[in-house]
Write a protein that binds this ligand. Structure first.
Ligand code: SAH
Length: 343
């Protein structure tokens, strides 16, 4: 079987050319085509001779994503269903605001985890995305941002389908290519990795010396409640998570963002708020209160605005930075937790 050429590092590609008796710099040229210029075929590599292109054809394929369907929300949000080389589909979302364009990208086909309130978790994890498949989602949304909003993409969040830290190596490789001047050259500071909280992997990411930001999907600072809504987390106690976050902060000096949905009868008591305040105090952090997007499960219902405001005011009284995230793209099932390949 032919190899996906983007699974090779630049050095390996240069080595390939040397072994075939060509100048090694040919490897650098091809590398530029497949990453920076996002070429999906060998035929348009104009500075490469026909003979060499034929040789590439014989040895490699260029796997790439294909936008299968585009849906536009009345609020400007664009959702792409993208087809992978093996016919699986994932979704990625372009979210425009006044001054930025954010790409929300997927890291797995389906998801390894089992958060009860998330539509993606109903799809089992089929496979991890390759670095080039993550990269291609960003390239696609960057093009759309230029086309529809006349400006390049400004931010990237790993908040699409999947748990990025369960696809660790490919996540890191994709971040390196997105931020490299041999790739998209987007600053790592504009990237947020969102995780449900896997302590060992949080520490590993802290050791990576990347400049990315970390968001943690907390949703409850009370162990039994969290374990009920996110069953997998019984393996990862809140104390272990906070220890890994302390490690993250010591290493990176960057504050953690806690993502937090407020539901009726689940985490809408004073006890819940106090637990969150205490948890936040142990780690340099801020809180992002997220509006719940219904996935048609009656067990979960968004708390009232009053309750969300109460959370906000108590957090603020305790000098914890808090923002409220209103959802975008709900009419096309493009909002947080709604990505489930419905189309
Ligand atoms: N697995 C990662 C990234 C994907 S989920 C993580 O858990 O962080 C991205 C964010 O959407 C998470 O904060 C998640 O908790 C949130 N989310 C999931 N389902 C949601 C829903 N129905 N409404 C609002 N947010 C949801």
């Amino acid at each position: 079987m032919k190899i996906d050429i983007r699974s090779l590092s630049e050095d390996k590609l240069c080595e390939f050319f040397e072994n075939k008796g060509f100048e090694s710099y040919r490897g650098k040229q091809v590398y530029e085509w497949i990453w920076k210029k996002s070429s999906h075929t060998f035929d348009n590599m104009t500075n490469i001779s026909k003979e060499v292109r034929l040789m590439l054809h014989e040895n490699f394929v260029i796997n790439h994503i294909e936008v299968d369907k585009i849906q536009k929300s009345s609020d400007g949000t664009i959702k792409n269903a993208v087809k992978l080389f093996d016919d699986y589909t994932v979704e990625s979302v372009l979210i425009p605001t006044e001054d930025r364009t954010t790409a929300c990208v997927s890291s797995q086909v389906g998801c390894s985890l089992d958060c009860n309130f998330c539509a993606t978790s109903k799809l089992k994890r089929m496979r991890n995305l390759n670095p080039d498949e993550i990269y291609d989602q960003v390239v696609t949304i960057n093009k759309q941002s230029l086309q529809y909003f006349n400006r390049p993409l400004s931010n990237i969040v790993f908040m699409g389908m999947g748990e990025p830290l369960m696809n660790y190596n490919n996540l890191v490789k994709s971040i390196e290519m997105i931020s490299s001047d041999k790739g998209l050259n987007i600053s790592q500071k504009r990237i947020v990795v969102s995780t449900s909280g896997i302590p060992k992997m949080i520490k590993k990411l802290a050791d990576e010396n990347l400049k990315v930001n970390l968001a943690l999907s907390l949703h409850s600072a009370i162990e039994v409640t969290r374990n009920k809504i996110m069953p997998f987390s019984s393996k990862f106690p809140l104390d272990d998570i906070s220890e890994s976050l302390e490690y993250w902060y010591t290493k990176t000096k960057r504050k953690i963002t806690f993502e937090y949905i407020v539901w009726k009868n689940i985490n809408d008591s004073i006890e819940d708020i106090n637990a969150l305040v205490n948890y936040c105090k142990s780690i340099p952090s801020k809180v992002n209160l997220i509006e719940y997007n219904s996935i048609g499960d009656s067990q979960f219902e968004s708390a009232s605005n009053n309750m969300i405001n109460l959370y906000k005011s108590i957090l603020e009284k305790n000098r914890i930075t808090v923002t409220v995230r209103r959802s975008r793209g709900k009419d096309i099932d493009a909002a947080c937790g709604q990505l489930a390949n419905k189309q």
